[in-house]
Design a protein around this ligand. Structure first.
Ligand code: PGA
Length: 267
């Protein structure tokens, strides 16, 4: 029953794409093409385009959330080039924490990620925590162990009630599926959502972690979205490459809307 009530979310991660001069127009176009009842939409542009995207959406579709792609684990200090959670005030309502590209390129560890989450929550940002295994880990059958360890490592230091109040979202993103054109199967994604919620249960989350939305991410397109939304345990998608294409986003959010409508009808 809780699953039927869970929010359906499509978040677009623009990564290192767009300059401010084009970002507002792109956000406006995507917003206009994705106005589907019941789906929470979020756009995560680069830091430098947050203001442009925020201004465009405030004017044309304030229902679309704006998210940052990263946040620093300290509030302020001698951290050249970094951006802290308080600096995002008025620019973002959401933040992606611990994308695998940052684990890979910036050496982010689970412990560091826990601190980033804490800063995000203190600043009132809604976090999307990314977890996912490497190809070698899946081939060795370790995907559930790896993802459970990532979830535990990132969340263990916070009270589950605090994370629930912050409306934490978890995105399962197998690293081998990101930007490769290869997706997990819906069945595999559902198995990983179950592993994530089992870990949340161990950590003391209420209702077996059933209140926490779990998204799938990794080469999602309008063509593959159905595979994931057909799984009751998957609550939407974190979309990279396809999130820069209005046609793709229209298809992805439309498919998410079918699930949102079905859930609304079953409560
Ligand atoms: P992709 O990226 O859709 O381009 O695979 C997903 C992500 O990294 O969040």
């Amino acid at each position: 029953m809780i699953q039927a009530m869970r929010e359906v979310i499509v978040a677009g991660n623009w990564k290192m794409h767009t300059v401010p001069a084009e970002a507002g127009q792109l956000a406006r176009t995507i917003a206009a093409r994705t106005r589907i009842p019941g789906v929470t939409r979020v756009i995560c542009p680069p830091y430098t385009s947050l203001a442009a995207v925020g201004a465009a959406l405030a004017e044309h579709d304030p229902d679309v959330g704006v998210g940052a792609q990263n946040v620093h684990h300290e509030l302020q200090g001698a951290y050249t080039g970094e951006v802290s959670a308080p600096m995002l005030a008025g620019l973002a309502g959401w933040v992606i924490v611990c994308h695998s590209e940052r684990r890979r390129d910036a050496g982010e560890t689970d412990a560091l990620i826990g601190r980033k989450l804490q800063r995000a929550i203190e600043a009132g940002l809604r976090p999307i925590l990314c977890v996912g295994e490497l190809l070698a880990e899946r081939e060795a059958g370790q995907q559930e162990t790896v993802v459970s360890r990532q979830v535990r490592g990132a969340l263990a230091d916070q009270a589950p009630a605090t994370l629930e109040a912050a409306r934490l979202v978890i995105a399962y993103e197998p690293v081998w599926a990101i930007g490769t054109g290869r997706t997990a199967s819906g069945r595999d994604a559902a198995a990983m959502a179950a592993a994530i919620r089992a870990t949340l249960t161990e950590l003391g989350f209420t209702d077996g972690g059933e209140r926490v939305p779990v998204l799938y991410g990794g080469s999602v397109t309008s063509a593959s979205m159905d595979e994931f939304m057909a799984e009751p345990s998957i609550d939407g998608a974190l979309v990279g490459g396809a999130s820069l294409k209005p046609d793709e986003m229209a298809g992805i959010v439309t498919r998410a809307g079918l699930t949102a409508t079905a859930r609304a009808g079953s409560v």
